[in-house]
Design a protein around this ligand. Structure first.
Ligand code: APR
Length: 236
Protein backbone atom coordinates (compact mmCIF):
# COMPACT_ATOMS: atom_id res chain seq x y z
CA UNK A 1 0.00 0.00 0.00
CA UNK A 2 1.25 3.44 -0.88
CA UNK A 3 1.54 5.72 2.14
CA UNK A 4 0.35 9.29 1.58
CA UNK A 5 -0.78 10.47 5.01
CA UNK A 6 1.00 9.83 8.29
CA UNK A 7 -0.07 10.78 11.81
CA UNK A 8 2.49 10.60 14.60
CA UNK A 9 1.70 10.75 18.32
CA UNK A 10 4.60 11.29 20.70
CA UNK A 11 4.75 11.04 24.48
CA UNK A 12 7.25 11.47 27.28
CA UNK A 13 9.30 8.45 26.10
CA UNK A 14 10.68 10.33 23.11
CA UNK A 15 12.22 12.96 25.39
CA UNK A 16 13.51 10.45 27.97
CA UNK A 17 16.81 10.07 26.10
CA UNK A 18 17.25 13.86 26.37
CA UNK A 19 17.18 13.57 30.16
CA UNK A 20 13.58 14.68 30.71
CA UNK A 21 11.81 12.37 33.16
CA UNK A 22 8.66 10.60 31.99
CA UNK A 23 5.47 10.81 34.06
CA UNK A 24 4.72 7.30 35.13
CA UNK A 25 7.99 5.41 35.09
CA UNK A 26 8.60 6.08 38.78
CA UNK A 27 5.50 5.07 40.79
CA UNK A 28 3.12 7.62 39.30
CA UNK A 29 5.30 10.43 40.58
CA UNK A 30 6.51 13.22 38.39
CA UNK A 31 9.80 14.57 39.77
CA UNK A 32 8.72 13.42 43.26
CA UNK A 33 5.23 14.96 43.17
CA UNK A 34 1.92 13.16 42.82
CA UNK A 35 0.79 14.01 39.28
CA UNK A 36 -2.59 15.37 40.49
CA UNK A 37 -0.84 17.73 42.90
CA UNK A 38 0.96 19.56 40.10
CA UNK A 39 -1.22 18.79 37.09
CA UNK A 40 -4.80 19.58 38.04
CA UNK A 41 -6.82 22.81 38.47
CA UNK A 42 -7.64 21.66 42.02
CA UNK A 43 -3.94 21.25 42.83
CA UNK A 44 -3.27 24.77 41.48
CA UNK A 45 -6.10 26.22 43.57
CA UNK A 46 -4.90 24.39 46.69
CA UNK A 47 -1.26 25.31 46.40
CA UNK A 48 -0.45 27.76 43.59
CA UNK A 49 3.03 28.44 44.95
CA UNK A 50 3.99 24.79 44.65
CA UNK A 51 2.60 24.56 41.11
CA UNK A 52 4.39 27.74 39.92
CA UNK A 53 7.63 26.50 41.48
CA UNK A 54 7.21 23.08 39.93
CA UNK A 55 6.81 24.39 36.36
CA UNK A 56 9.53 27.01 36.86
CA UNK A 57 11.86 24.18 37.82
CA UNK A 58 10.79 22.08 34.80
CA UNK A 59 11.36 25.10 32.50
CA UNK A 60 14.75 25.77 34.02
CA UNK A 61 15.70 22.12 33.47
CA UNK A 62 14.44 22.24 29.87
CA UNK A 63 16.53 25.36 29.21
CA UNK A 64 19.70 23.94 30.76
CA UNK A 65 22.57 23.38 28.30
CA UNK A 66 22.63 19.61 28.76
CA UNK A 67 19.05 19.12 27.52
CA UNK A 68 19.05 18.72 23.74
CA UNK A 69 16.86 16.96 21.17
CA UNK A 70 17.94 13.35 20.71
CA UNK A 71 18.15 10.99 17.74
CA UNK A 72 14.42 10.19 18.04
CA UNK A 73 13.40 13.84 17.62
CA UNK A 74 15.91 14.28 14.79
CA UNK A 75 14.60 11.27 12.91
CA UNK A 76 10.99 12.49 13.11
CA UNK A 77 12.14 15.89 11.80
CA UNK A 78 13.85 14.09 8.92
CA UNK A 79 10.66 12.17 8.19
CA UNK A 80 8.57 15.36 8.17
CA UNK A 81 11.07 17.18 5.94
CA UNK A 82 11.69 14.36 3.47
CA UNK A 83 8.38 12.50 3.19
CA UNK A 84 6.59 13.11 -0.11
CA UNK A 85 3.11 13.17 1.45
CA UNK A 86 1.50 14.71 4.52
CA UNK A 87 2.76 14.20 8.07
CA UNK A 88 0.90 15.41 11.16
CA UNK A 89 2.81 15.45 14.45
CA UNK A 90 0.75 15.51 17.63
CA UNK A 91 2.64 15.54 20.89
CA UNK A 92 1.53 15.14 24.48
CA UNK A 93 4.84 16.64 25.55
CA UNK A 94 5.09 20.14 26.94
CA UNK A 95 8.79 20.47 26.08
CA UNK A 96 9.98 22.14 22.88
CA UNK A 97 12.44 19.48 21.77
CA UNK A 98 10.61 18.73 18.50
CA UNK A 99 10.91 22.41 17.58
CA UNK A 100 14.55 22.51 18.67
CA UNK A 101 15.27 19.60 16.36
CA UNK A 102 14.31 21.84 13.45
CA UNK A 103 10.52 21.82 13.15
CA UNK A 104 8.54 25.01 12.91
CA UNK A 105 5.97 25.69 15.65
CA UNK A 106 3.10 25.15 13.23
CA UNK A 107 4.34 21.60 12.54
CA UNK A 108 4.00 20.53 16.19
CA UNK A 109 0.55 20.23 17.76
CA UNK A 110 1.06 20.42 21.52
CA UNK A 111 -2.18 18.88 22.72
CA UNK A 112 -1.20 19.23 26.39
CA UNK A 113 0.20 22.76 26.13
CA UNK A 114 3.69 24.21 26.29
CA UNK A 115 6.09 24.78 29.16
CA UNK A 116 7.63 27.82 27.45
CA UNK A 117 4.28 29.65 27.44
CA UNK A 118 2.00 31.24 30.02
CA UNK A 119 -1.64 32.25 29.77
CA UNK A 120 -3.71 35.07 31.24
CA UNK A 121 -6.67 33.47 33.03
CA UNK A 122 -8.74 36.60 32.50
CA UNK A 123 -8.28 37.17 28.76
CA UNK A 124 -6.93 33.72 27.74
CA UNK A 125 -4.10 35.46 25.86
CA UNK A 126 -0.92 33.40 25.54
CA UNK A 127 2.60 34.75 26.01
CA UNK A 128 6.15 33.40 25.91
CA UNK A 129 7.04 32.58 29.50
CA UNK A 130 10.10 34.07 31.16
CA UNK A 131 12.37 31.57 32.96
CA UNK A 132 10.29 32.02 36.05
CA UNK A 133 6.87 33.53 36.86
CA UNK A 134 4.34 33.30 39.69
CA UNK A 135 1.41 35.09 41.34
CA UNK A 136 3.61 38.18 41.79
CA UNK A 137 4.27 38.51 38.04
CA UNK A 138 2.41 41.32 36.31
CA UNK A 139 0.35 40.12 33.38
CA UNK A 140 1.47 41.67 30.05
CA UNK A 141 -2.13 42.20 28.89
CA UNK A 142 -4.13 43.27 31.95
CA UNK A 143 -1.21 44.57 34.06
CA UNK A 144 -2.65 42.75 37.09
CA UNK A 145 -0.99 40.30 39.46
CA UNK A 146 -2.14 36.71 39.95
CA UNK A 147 -3.72 36.15 36.52
CA UNK A 148 -0.95 34.18 34.85
CA UNK A 149 -0.86 30.40 34.82
CA UNK A 150 1.29 27.82 33.03
CA UNK A 151 -0.07 27.13 29.52
CA UNK A 152 -0.45 23.46 30.35
CA UNK A 153 -3.52 21.23 29.98
CA UNK A 154 -4.17 19.70 33.38
CA UNK A 155 -6.31 16.71 34.26
CA UNK A 156 -9.98 17.56 33.75
CA UNK A 157 -9.20 20.26 31.14
CA UNK A 158 -9.80 20.01 27.40
CA UNK A 159 -6.70 19.20 25.31
CA UNK A 160 -5.84 21.46 22.36
CA UNK A 161 -6.06 20.53 18.65
CA UNK A 162 -8.61 17.75 19.23
CA UNK A 163 -10.88 18.49 16.25
CA UNK A 164 -7.92 18.84 13.91
CA UNK A 165 -6.36 15.65 15.30
CA UNK A 166 -9.58 13.62 14.86
CA UNK A 167 -9.84 14.77 11.25
CA UNK A 168 -6.27 13.63 10.47
CA UNK A 169 -6.57 10.37 12.43
CA UNK A 170 -9.68 9.21 10.62
CA UNK A 171 -7.98 9.65 7.26
CA UNK A 172 -4.40 8.38 7.54
CA UNK A 173 -2.46 5.44 6.06
CA UNK A 174 0.16 5.13 8.78
CA UNK A 175 -0.13 5.87 12.50
CA UNK A 176 2.98 5.92 14.68
CA UNK A 177 2.66 6.08 18.47
CA UNK A 178 6.01 6.75 20.11
CA UNK A 179 6.96 6.66 23.79
CA UNK A 180 3.55 6.95 25.36
CA UNK A 181 2.04 4.70 28.02
CA UNK A 182 -1.44 4.73 26.47
CA UNK A 183 -2.95 5.50 29.87
CA UNK A 184 -4.17 9.05 29.30
CA UNK A 185 -7.27 9.83 27.27
CA UNK A 186 -8.07 11.04 24.69
CA UNK A 187 -4.60 10.32 23.23
CA UNK A 188 -4.89 6.66 24.29
CA UNK A 189 -7.85 6.20 21.96
CA UNK A 190 -6.23 7.78 18.90
CA UNK A 191 -5.17 4.36 17.60
CA UNK A 192 -8.78 3.17 17.67
CA UNK A 193 -9.84 6.13 15.53
CA UNK A 194 -7.61 5.28 12.59
CA UNK A 195 -9.27 3.57 9.60
CA UNK A 196 -9.16 -0.23 9.08
CA UNK A 197 -6.74 0.23 6.18
CA UNK A 198 -4.25 2.17 8.27
CA UNK A 199 -1.01 0.54 9.39
CA UNK A 200 -0.45 1.16 13.10
CA UNK A 201 2.99 0.93 14.68
CA UNK A 202 3.88 1.46 18.33
CA UNK A 203 7.41 2.28 19.51
CA UNK A 204 8.08 1.82 23.21
CA UNK A 205 10.57 0.34 25.67
CA UNK A 206 7.95 -2.26 26.49
CA UNK A 207 4.44 -3.33 25.58
CA UNK A 208 1.69 -1.01 26.80
CA UNK A 209 -1.99 -1.26 27.72
CA UNK A 210 -2.92 -0.50 24.11
CA UNK A 211 -0.28 -2.59 22.29
CA UNK A 212 -2.91 -5.12 21.16
CA UNK A 213 -4.54 -2.42 19.02
CA UNK A 214 -1.40 -2.01 16.87
CA UNK A 215 -0.31 -4.07 13.87
CA UNK A 216 3.24 -3.96 15.12
CA UNK A 217 5.08 -3.03 18.31
CA UNK A 218 8.73 -2.16 17.97
CA UNK A 219 10.30 -2.57 21.36
CA UNK A 220 13.34 -0.44 22.21
CA UNK A 221 14.44 3.13 22.84
CA UNK A 222 12.99 5.61 20.33
CA UNK A 223 16.50 6.85 19.51
CA UNK A 224 17.45 3.35 18.32
CA UNK A 225 14.16 2.22 16.75
CA UNK A 226 13.30 5.41 14.85
CA UNK A 227 16.34 5.65 12.53
CA UNK A 228 15.42 2.22 11.11
CA UNK A 229 11.68 2.85 11.01
CA UNK A 230 11.98 6.28 9.37
CA UNK A 231 14.31 4.88 6.73
CA UNK A 232 11.75 2.14 5.96
CA UNK A 233 8.89 4.65 5.66
CA UNK A 234 10.89 6.98 3.41
CA UNK A 235 11.77 4.05 1.13
CA UNK A 236 8.26 2.55 1.04
N1 APR B 1 11.89 5.15 24.01
C1 APR B 1 10.60 4.79 23.84
N2 APR B 1 9.69 4.74 24.84
C2 APR B 1 10.13 5.07 26.07
C3 APR B 1 11.46 5.47 26.35
C4 APR B 1 12.36 5.50 25.25
N3 APR B 1 13.63 5.85 25.40
N4 APR B 1 11.56 5.75 27.67
C5 APR B 1 10.35 5.53 28.22
N5 APR B 1 9.48 5.12 27.26
C6 APR B 1 8.04 4.81 27.40
C7 APR B 1 7.66 4.17 28.70
O1 APR B 1 7.76 2.74 28.60
C8 APR B 1 6.19 4.62 28.84
O2 APR B 1 5.30 3.71 28.22
O3 APR B 1 7.38 6.07 27.39
C9 APR B 1 6.16 5.94 28.11
C10 APR B 1 6.01 7.16 28.99
O4 APR B 1 4.76 7.09 29.62
P1 APR B 1 4.20 8.25 30.54
O5 APR B 1 5.24 8.61 31.54
O6 APR B 1 2.87 7.84 31.02
O7 APR B 1 4.09 9.50 29.54
P2 APR B 1 2.94 9.86 28.50
O8 APR B 1 2.31 8.63 27.94
O9 APR B 1 3.52 10.85 27.56
O10 APR B 1 1.90 10.59 29.46
C11 APR B 1 0.74 11.12 28.91
O11 APR B 1 0.10 12.04 31.01
O12 APR B 1 0.32 13.28 33.01
C12 APR B 1 0.07 13.28 31.70
O13 APR B 1 -0.13 15.25 30.51
C13 APR B 1 0.82 14.28 30.89
O14 APR B 1 1.29 14.28 28.53
C14 APR B 1 1.30 13.49 29.71
C15 APR B 1 0.31 12.34 29.66
Amino acid sequence: MKIEKIVILTGAGISAESGIKTFRDADGLWENHAIEEVASPEGFKRNPKLVYEFYNARRSQLNSPEVKPNKGHQELTRLINEFHGEVTLITQNIDDLHERSGLSTKDVWHMHGELQKMRCQKTQRIFNAPNSFDEETECPCCQELGNLRPHIVWFGEMPFYLDEAFEKLTDCDLFLSIGTSGLVYPAAQFVAMTPQTCRRIEVNLNETQVSNQFDECRVGPAGVVLPILVEEVLKA
